[in-house]
Design a protein around this ligand. Structure first.
Ligand code: BGC
Length: 722
């Protein structure tokens, strides 16, 4: 009796506590809203308008009279961009160097949301130290075409992986009272004609593939700002798209923050203002000529845009400022700290993907190697700047060669040969491709001689930050600068050749896959690039990166290309493949890719066993808990990412062969067995029903497939949804 009574009391107490917290939160919200409304009333119409458009390349607003700070944006996602002056030239400050974080697809290859949080946190801290209150990051899309010039900035081809990483990046950035600006909303998957192209995509693909990571960033990550994409969706520019901005973002998802246009991506005053855009950004003065400057003022005076609409936008701007510069306990921020370097290092070291290790040449047996040839321009190239678009003035960047010298230089004689010459980039106009540049025979001879005179050769090829760039897509997937000629020559001259391909997007490395026994994939891997790579090659770090996108064996087999639906005709691109993007396409159509989504080897081996679910059948409101055992059966401790895909058998609608629904990265010591638990809310099995405009969980059987990649399924089970 006594126990029961104290149980009741405890329940009552807990309920009261929950109620008090909820009440306090709602009061806080009310008082913030009231505070903002009061401030809005004090502003003149001219001041209100001044808060809604750029007044510098990266700044907007600010009303001194009332102590309202300016919106100070800066680019990510590689780190906080250096300050620029009008015309985009560097401001040449001594205070704007930053930590260079690995590129987006590198972060995605870690499959590690905790690292995404640390990335966001540290970049937010640097933004705060540099006086920025909006970071234009994270960026994600769907790699609809592997050619997209910005694939390196984005995460992956999978909406679920994107969502998990985006939410953590946003939370990390905003932990520093800096707003994240998720971009580019939406269906921004190509650079060709990005400013004019109209995307036609069916509603199911929009909801299931293109929107989930944006939705998660807003509803789970609570992102305070979002950037509208340059392109059009269904005939309307994303910056004036009522459906995307008013109906979905602000309506369905309850977004409270600011919709920021991409730079120069606003095309109207009245339409954009009424259809959901809040802040117009752009890079060219005079700023009073902007759509949201004098023209907006005139439109309000003419009654074409209501004062109510303006006040709502101003309220949003102030709401973001109250969460950032005007918030209590504003952190000071910090820049280029050892902790930030460690984050860059940890991301880089978990991102590197071991593609092939047939002769177990890796990890390097450093006690038997006396001399090492390091060959290739990418071994000495830095990646923090380059191309058109955002980069970082890195405080430092360790190149691959420097990393190898740091780690091995004392005991091994390292010789370097450049091997190939990169073509000079032409600003905005593309870079000469392999066709336009012959291999340099003298450089090849030098590389061959170096490789012949050493015990082992590590050959660095791939893209670079000039070759993969904003504002243009690649023309093909071939390795640039005739690198294949160098690969063939070096491989023939030293049987112990390891190929390291550096890139941020898929390349056609089919010939290397066929001819070479040892292949490593690396990225534009941040300030600690070379150290992380050397530690992976020497085995201090066991590689655990997994491909965040499919490498097609032939570009023509990639969905948008197979269907002749890229880059579109007459400025219109039809997403004919619908929901079948990336591995969803390759698996459903049974096309063998070069490397599948989720692929990546380790120096050790893992054995999967004992897959079970907590129940056999579930209601739509429940969650499936699946467990399995993963044993490290090899000789090295290592990390493994267990990927859980779901396949619906006998569906009433077309479905992809399988879809990623959960994953977990774990660390397992040699000989140990880890028990891995993965959770899938049954509602996540839904498809978007276009007839009812609702998410629909189909009853019936579902297969759960646990694997080490999308094509290496080790364990499976079946559940029923009632
Ligand atoms: C890019 C954005 C970027 C903006 C400001 C645009 O060209 O698309 O991602 O944030 O420039 O640099």
């Amino acid at each position: 009796m006594k126990a029961k009574l104290s149980g009741y009391l405890l329940c009552g107490f807990l309920l009261a506590a929950v109620f008090t917290v909820a009440n306090a939160q709602s009061k806080k919200k009310q008082s913030l809203d009231a505070k903002i409304s009061l401030l809005v009333k004090k502003l003149t119409l001219e001041e209100k308008i001044s808060l809604l458009h750029a007044n510098g390349i990266f700044s907007a607003g600010g009303v001194k009279r009332l102590g309202i700070p300016a919106i100070m944006t800066d680019d990510g996602p590689l780190g906080v961009r250096e300050d620029v002056k009008e015309g985009w030239g560097p401001a040449n400050l001594t205070t704007d160097s930053a930590t260079f974080f690995p590129n987006g697809s590198a972060l995605a290859a870690t499959w590690n949301p905790d690292l995404a949080y640390r990335y966001g946190h540290d970049m937010g801290e640097e933004a705060r130290a540099r006086g920025k209150n909006v970071m234009l990051a994270p960026a994600f899309n769907i790699c609809r075409t592997p050619l997209c010039g910005r694939t390196y900035e984005y995460y992956s081809e999978d909406p679920f992986l994107n969502s998990r990483l985006a939410v953590q990046s946003v939370k990390g950035i905003q932990s520093q009272h800096v707003a994240a600006c998720v971009k580019h909303y939406a269906v921004n998957n190509q650079e060709v004609e990005r400013g004019r192209v109209n995307v036609e995509v069916d509603e199911r693909a929009l909801r299931e593939i293109y929107l989930p990571a944006f939705k998660a960033s807003i509803t789970e990550g609570n992102a305070w700002t979002i950037m509208s994409a340059y392109n059009k969706l269904r005939g309307a520019y994303c910056s004036e798209n009522d459906y995307l901005l008013n109906k979905i973002l602000k309506g369905e998802w309850g977004f409270k923050g600011i919709v920021i246009s991409d730079w120069g991506g606003t095309h109207s005053t009245v339409k954009a203002a009424n259809n959901g855009l809040d802040l117009e950004m752009g890079s060219n003065p005079p700023y009073n000529t902007y759509y949201f400057a004098d023209k907006l003022l005139d439109s309000v005076r003419a009654g074409k845009v209501s004062l109510y609409e303006i006040d709502k936008k101003v309220h949003r701007v102030l709401w973001v400022l109250y969460h950032t510069d005007m918030s209590d306990n504003l952190p000071k921020g910090a820049i280029n700290t050892p902790a930030h370097s460690k984050t860059a290092y940890d991301i880089a070291s978990e991102s590197i993907v071991l593609l092939k290790n047939e002769k177990n040449l890796l990890p390097l047996n450093t006690s038997t190697i006396k001399s090492l040839a390091v060959i290739g321009d990418n071994a000495t190239r830095t990646f923090h700047l380059g191309g058109f678009g955002a980069g970082v003035k890195a405080k430092y960047e360790v190149t691959a060669l420097a990393g190898l010298q740091n780690r091995l230089g004392k005991t091994i004689d390292i010789k370097y040969a450049q091997g190939y010459m990169v073509a000079a980039p032409r600003r905005g106009g593309g870079i000469k491709t392999q066709a336009s540049r012959n291999a340099d025979s003298i450089m090849i001879q030098q590389a061959v001689a170096t490789a012949k005179s050493t015990d082992m050769a590590i050959l660095f090829v791939g893209g670079n930050r000039d070759y993969e760039s904003e504002s243009r897509d690649r023309k093909d997937l071939g390795l640039p600068f005739n690198e294949q000629v160098l690969v063939d020559a070096v491989t023939a001259s030293n049987p112990n050749t390891i190929v390291v391909v550096v890139g941020g997007a898929p390349y056609d490395i089919g010939k290397i896959k066929n001819n070479n026994h040892t292949i490593v994939w690396s990225w534009y891997n941040g300030s600690e690039n070379g150290n992380a790579l050397a530690d992976v090659l020497t085995g201090k770090i066991n590689p655990s990166g997994k491909m965040p996108f499919t490498f097609p064996a032939d570009l023509k087999e990639s969905p948008a290309h197979a269907l002749n639906a890229y880059p579109g005709e007459n400025l219109k691109v039809d997403y004919k493949e619908g929901i079948l993007v990336g591995y969803r396409w390759f698996d459903t159509k049974k096309i063998e890719p070069l490397y599948c989504f989720g692929y990546g080897l380790s120096y050790t081996s893992f054995a999967y066993s004992g897959f079970v679910t907590d129940k056999k059948s579930y209601n739509p409101t429940e969650s499936i808990t699946a467990t399995l055992k993963v044993k490290n059966t090899g000789k090295y401790a290592g990390k493994e990412t267990i990927q859980l895909y779901v396949s619906k058998t006998g569906s009433a609608v077309d479905r992809a062969d399988k879809e990623l629904k959960a994953f977990k990265k774990i660390n397992v010591a040699v000989g140990e067995t880890a028990t891995v638990t993965l959770r899938i809310p049954v509602k996540d099995l839904a498809y978007y029903d276009v007839k009812t405009s609702k998410w629909m969980v189909e009853p019936g059987k579902y297969k759960l497939l646990a694997g080490t990649s999308s094509r290496d399924i080790e364990q499976s089970g079946t559940i029923t949804v009632n």
